[in-house]
Design a protein around this ligand. Structure first.
Ligand SMILES: Cc1cc2nc3c(=O)[nH]c(=O)nc-3n(C[C@H](O)[C@H](O)[C@H](O)COP(=O)(O)OP(=O)(O)OC[C@H]3O[C@@H](n4cnc5c(N)ncnc54)[C@H](O)[C@@H]3O)c2cc1C
Length: 403
């Protein structure tokens, strides 16, 4: 059965992870008649935006993320003030790695360029600064700064959805979008029609596609354009702080959010969501098909155990992670986002926000704002989107999706 409401929305947003939800908030705040569609239940655990913690940090090896992160700090605080509860918890941030590691060196260079107050620490100074809670090899260095923090992801997505509803947006879950077509509403205005698996149709002037790990599949079905965004299954892991060291890794004290570079990248957050458990996880995972997940045990687990044992001063039990949660990244080759018009027959009517490559959450508020500006003005005020264009990829020679 095909049904269709008479409503024509200013914007239809597909995918209610953090990016779609922040866009729904921004679009509805801008006065747009907004519809947000989600294929599963709201706040489900099958995408990328669920869980208990995400790091926010300003130290990036690529210079173009700095202004986006700084604006996001402000936008997180504005949104949580409007909601009346906190989703952002302040912490310091600490990066570490071999002294000649290119990523670490680029990140330090950006600290200097952007005047981020930071301290470079030798291995003995690191031991001193953190009273033995970090232990790095002699040929490593550490970079310490005050611009870290933790965001509560599921709570943040719920916050954007609640604020969007308050602004008058319509939100619908368990609605899977299967196609988008261009429609001639009248001679002057071309709109779009969104088709769903249950036979419903929704009409809009513009559309934003924020479907996370499903973006390659949906965009290819809709337009034939093959954006090389690879879904990857990854795991968040929590490790128990040993007896006698309780409290030392808690948020609100001096234990920071952290990232460790070198042969492989590890990141973590202070104790916040589970008392006595510190999050330490591997940045990366196994390629996957988002519809046929393995829900695997995790990659590099042995390496991670070694890291916990050697780097956290023997104060955290490295024998086994006590809590494991599965999640997906949507990786691009250069780990830069995709924020662009779909183009072709769709011109500027369809905007894609995807490929957030395991580091997008912190910038969700500014991404929602940019996607809304692209819908309303056809450009983003003062933001250089060149790093995020679809045309940087070859989108015609399609590699097969993993089955
Ligand atoms: C373990 C882990 C740790 C991370 N840590 C950090 C961190 O510390 N800091 C940081 O900044 N970032 C981090 N990230 C990255 C960040 O969480 C993601 O970049 C972000 O959540 C991506 O959000 P999204 O909205 O693009 O995708 P999603 O959250 O997956 O949302 C997409 C939504 O679209 C829906 N959808 C898909 N297809 C359709 C369809 N056809 N019709 C309707 N709906 C559809 C999906 O069901 C889903 O709900 C981490 C990610 C993971 C997995």
């Amino acid at each position: 059965m095909e049904t269709s409401t008479g409503d024509i929305f200013d914007v239809i947003i597909i995918g209610a992870g953090v990016m779609g939800s922040s866009t729904a908030y921004e679009a509805s705040k801008a006065g747009l008649k907004t519809l947000l569609l989600e294929q599963f239940d709201f706040l489900h655990h099958r995408g990328s935006s669920h869980g208990e913690s995400r790091t926010i940090r300003a130290t990036y090896p690529q210079h173009h993320y700095y202004p986006l992160v700084i604006e996001s700090y402000n936008l997180w605080q504005q949104a949580q003030a409007q909601a009346g509860y906190n989703v952002y918890f302040k912490a310091h941030h600490f990066d570490m790695g071999p002294r000649n590691d290119p990523t670490l060196l680029a990140l330090i260079d950006n600290c200097r360029k952007h005047n981020i107050q930071h301290r470079l620490l030798r291995h003995d100074e690191v031991a001193d600064k953190f009273s033995g809670r970090f232990n790095i090899p002699e040929n490593w260095i550490g970079v310490y700064n005050s611009l870290g923090g933790v965001i509560k992801p599921s709570k943040a997505v719920a916050m954007f959805q609640t604020l969007a509803i308050k602004n008058g947006a319509v939100l619908k879950d368990n609605v899977e979008v299967i196609d988008i077509k261009r429609e001639n509403e009248n001679e002057n205005e071309k709109g779009i029609v969104v088709f769903t698996a249950s036979g419903e149709k929704f009409r809009g002037k513009k559309c934003v596609v924020t479907v996370g790990a499903w973006v390659r599949k949906l965009v290819k079905t809709v337009s034939g354009v093959d954006i090389p965004i690879q879904p990857v299954e990854t795991n968040v892991m929590y490790w128990r702080v040993k007896e006698g060291h309780e409290g030392k890794f808690n948020i609100g004290g001096d234990f920071p959010t952290f990232a460790s570079y070198g042969d492989f990248c590890v990141y973590g957050t202070p104790v916040l969501e589970y008392p006595g458990l510190v999050k330490v996880a591997f940045h990366g995972g196994d390629t996957c098909d988002p519809d046929k997940r393995k829900w695997g045990p995790g990659v590099m687990v042995d390496k991670l155990k070694e890291w916990v044992e050697e780097r956290l001063g023997g104060m955290v039990d490295s024998s086994e992670a006590v809590v494991k949660q599965s999640c997906m990244y949507s990786m691009t080759v250069d780990e830069d986002f995709v924020i662009d018009f779909l183009g072709g027959d769709f011109g500027k009517a369809v905007v894609v926000g995807g490929g957030f490559s395991g580091h997008g959450f912190k910038m969700a508020p500014v991404i929602g704002k940019i996607l809304t500006q692209l819908v309303v003005h056809g450009e983003a005020n003062g933001v250089d989107l060149n790093h995020f264009r679809i045309r940087r990829f070859n989108t015609t020679t399609s590699e097969p999706l993993i089955n």
